[in-house]
Design a protein around this ligand. Structure first.
Ligand code: ZN
Length: 271
């Protein structure tokens, strides 16, 4: 599943290239998770101003309204000047004067949704409950720690929930907790201020590093130009059950938390 770094890498790959482009055509393929919510023809003639990211949503600002894109479980975007004919898994094309933005999504949990502005009910429904951006200035340590203190659930679950801080997906949650030396099962409310500070720094570091490396979590993740294979996360714990901890050599342990796999070192992350 594309996580925040992949979405950010995708954004960086085409945001500057599409800015200022005029929409020439919109092609909609098979139904995605949510309907487009606008007549495709109504978008023709509008101009793309910028591409922003909020959590795992890409916000394509138009001179009137905006498109919210989500990659779902298996989606990827391409931006190219000579797009080949749409294949069976290409479900949305935004044909512009600068090139075609195409969503390929075999499992179709992704979506492209139009909203008049971010305050529109549909946009509010998708974006309204998202926590602060972990890589933005709004990710404040004092607020983060205060939020942790109010939550009784295991810290890994709290990170994944996305309402305190958004976009820390399953892989990065395990990795950040290892970096901060915190046991994933520890109740969030029991994390002291110094440990919250370590976790706060770890979340930022893990995500920033992943963005820098071009996204990393999916073996089949391809970038905006369709290239793949150059992202390999050097995971410290994720996916390494039974293998020696890179710090102390203790076998990495795998547990289930809320249907998701968690990986940790029982020695480095004692409590
Ligand atoms: Zn260890």
């Amino acid at each position: 599943m594309p996580e925040l770094p992949e979405v950010e890498v995708t954004r960086l790959g085409f945001a500057n290239r599409i800015a200022g482009a005029r929409i020439e055509a919109v092609r909609v393929g098979k139904p995605l998770r949510w309907a487009l919510a606008v007549e495709p023809l109504a978008l023709v003639g509008r101009t793309v101003l910028a591409v922003r990211r909020r959590g795992k949503y890409l916000l394509v600002d138009l001179d009137e309204g905006l498109l919210l894109l989500h990659l779902g479980m298996s989606g990827s975007l391409r931006f190219s000047q000579d797009a080949p004919p749409a294949g069976p898994h290409d479900h949305f094309d935004l044909v512009t004067s600068h090139g075609t933005l195409r969503l390929n999504d075999p499992r179709r949990f992704g979506a492209v949704v139009y909203a008049q502005d971010e305050a529109a009910p549909l946009a509010m429904k998708l974006l309204g409950k998202l926590g602060v951006e972990p890589l933005g200035d709004g990710f404040d340590l004092a607020l983060f720690h205060a939020g942790l203190q109010k939550r009784q659930a295991a810290i890994k679950q709290v990170l994944l929930a996305g309402d305190l801080v958004v976009g820390v997906g399953n892989i990065y949650a395990s990795e950040a907790l290892f970096l901060a030396a915190i046991r994933p099962t520890l109740a969030a409310s029991r994390i002291s201020n110094p440990r919250a500070a370590r976790l706060h720094a770890a979340v930022r570091e893990i995500l920033a590093r992943a963005v820098e490396r071009g996204g990393s979590t999916l073996r089949d993740f391809t970038n905006i130009d369709g290239q793949s294979g150059y992202f390999q996360l050097e995971a410290t714990v994720y996916g390494r059950a039974g293998e020696p901890c890179r710090v102390c050599g203790t076998p990495i342990r795998q547990i289930r938390q809320g249907q998701r796999s968690t990986f940790f070192c029982p020695n480095c992350q004692k409590y």
